[in-house]
Design a protein around this ligand. Structure first.
Ligand code: SF4
Length: 482
């Protein structure tokens, strides 16, 4: 399968040890600008949100053209591919697989003819009622080409357009009454670009200005990359419409509470992004400071697992006064084509990614900070590596609570059995990874970082409190679709 054949070692280590974000969105409405090229750069900035496939759909007022394939952004598009996508607006997508398997047919954006026109759609998130919706649509004669829930959304919107007698924003508002779950969407017709965020605002989406045009992106770092000025986040339940008349906003749905994925701040989002008013790096530092208030082992230095633990480790050092050191160096030049080591050489995958700095570490008592532990295998390998480098004591601080429950909202959580914290106590995990001490940030401590806005987040993978009820097996869609 694509993922295991070509997985780069850094991603292999991360697959073991990290939850994975599923998708990144970038949209632009800017007549007179090279919209395909700008989308390419925007997707480049969002590559961390999905590395299996990439695609760009461009509209010129009359037709929609599409180029997409498996691979990284730089692998999918050549200058000629981009030159073949002239237009006044574009929507782009980078993807990992969630509900669908890792196949080119599941790459996005998806483009269809709905009767009197064309529609493109790019989706970040996961529906929780996709299985029943798909069954219903199929029973009514709908055909599906892919195994992803995004095609279900596309079908619902296309039907709601009633052959073109309804405006696309009306059709999207209608669709929002039917689809449930996490969805940030870009919807494009030949002459209109829509940005949509689900009523709980689970996945991020923000809006920027570029000259006379507009840009929409999963994260603000993509706006910075193309030189756009941040305007604001798209509100939960909002439909933003951009066309030749300018920008308009509609309410598409309401919910009793906002529930943005708190893991966007812990790990997924790029540190230079700002989501819903919170700077990601500042939040991670504050988590580290809070960790220092909760856990203070007798150590000489604090080191991060780079890069995921860096901001929290700096925060910890600020609060505790314990010196911050770079005790692990990350190899940033590992490419996709690297041959994955065989099982007996598996430790190599971690060693290729991280190398201990012996002069910094030897003879020291060390507190190592990371943002999360999923399976625990990589943490164990790093602890062993530090001991081999002469570290006297290794303590581990995790800047988030134990992950006990799976995610149904667009994050590829291992099934519950693979989550180490679902099976073991903290003491057992400490033993499993071979550390002298282990502490996870408390949920209360994590939420305290957000002050009065602490009630605006999904924390279901820590406490099982799912803000959007899960009534069907969302993983089934891939099986039914394959
Ligand atoms: S369950 Fe966890 S990973 Fe999933 S949306 Fe909620 S906080 Fe994010």
């Amino acid at each position: 399968m694509f993922r295991s054949q070509y997985l780069l070692p850094s991603a292999a280590a991360e697959e073991e040890e990290k939850l994975r974000e599923e998708c990144g969105l970038f949209g632009i409405y800017a007549p007179g600008q090279p919209v395909a090229q700008l989308t390419y750069y925007g997707l480049y900035a969002l590559q961390h949100r999905g590395q299996e496939s990439a695609g760009i759909a461009v509209a010129d007022g009359r037709v929609i053209r599409l180029h997409k394939n498996m691979g990284l952004v730089a692998e999918v598009f050549s200058p000629a591919d981009l030159a073949a996508l002239p237009g006044i607006m574009a929507c782009g997508h980078v993807r990992y697989s969630t509900t669908g398997s890792s196949l080119a047919i599941n790459a996005q954006p998806m483009v269809c003819y709905y009767g009197s026109g064309m529609l493109a759609l790019a989706h970040n998130g996961n529906l929780v009622n996709a299985v029943s919706l798909r069954r219903r649509l199929a029973a009514e004669g709908a055909l599906f080409q892919s195994s992803i829930d995004s095609e279900v959304i596309m079908n619902v919107i296309a039907r709601a357009m009633k052959g073109g007698s309804r405006l696309v924003e009306e059709a999207v508002a209608e669709a929002m009454k039917v689809i449930r779950g996490a969805y940030s969407l870009l919807v494009m017709t030949e002459d209109k670009l829509l940005a949509v965020r689900d009523p709980h605002g689970v996945r991020p989406l923000c809006l920027g200005r570029l000259g006379d045009g507009y840009v929409v992106a999963s994260e603000s770092c993509a706006l910075d990359t193309v030189g756009a000025e941040f305007i604001r986040d798209v509100e939960p339940g909002e439909i933003v419409v951009i066309d030749e008349k300018g920008l308009r906003s509609f309410r598409g749905g309401e919910s009793s509470r906002k529930a943005t994925c708190i893991f966007e701040y812990i790990y997924f989002a790029r540190p230079d992004s700002k989501i819903d008013g919170f700077n990601v790096t500042a939040v991670r530092r504050a988590m580290g400071r809070q960790l220092a208030r909760e856990y203070r082992p007798e150590v000489d230095i604090v080191i991060p697992v780079p890069d995921s633990g860096t901001a929290a480790a700096r925060g910890y050092a600020e609060e505790s006064g314990i010196p911050f050191e770079e005790g692990l160096m990350k190899n940033r030049y590992i490419g996709r084509t690297f041959i994955q080591p065989e099982q007996k050489m598996r430790d190599l995958a971690v060693r290729l990614k991280l190398n201990p700095v012996r002069d910094v570490l030897a003879g020291k008592r060390v507190l190592m900070i990371d943002d999360s532990i999923v399976r625990g295998t990589t943490s164990g390998k790093i602890v062993r590596m530090l001991r081999e480098a002469g570290v006297r004591e290794v303590h581990m601080g995790v800047s988030s609570p134990p992950i006990v429950y799976p995610c149904y909202y667009g994050i590829d959580t291992s099934c519950r059995e693979e989550l180490i914290a679902a099976k073991k106590t903290v003491a057992e995990i400490r033993e499993f990874i071979g550390a002298d001490g282990l502490h996870y940030l408390s949920l209360e401590g994590l939420l305290s970082v957000f002050g009065e806005r602490r009630g605006e987040f999904c924390t279901a993978c820590f406490d099982g409190n799912y803000p959007i009820p899960i009534k069907e097996d969302v993983r089934k869609l891939a099986l039914e679709g394959d």
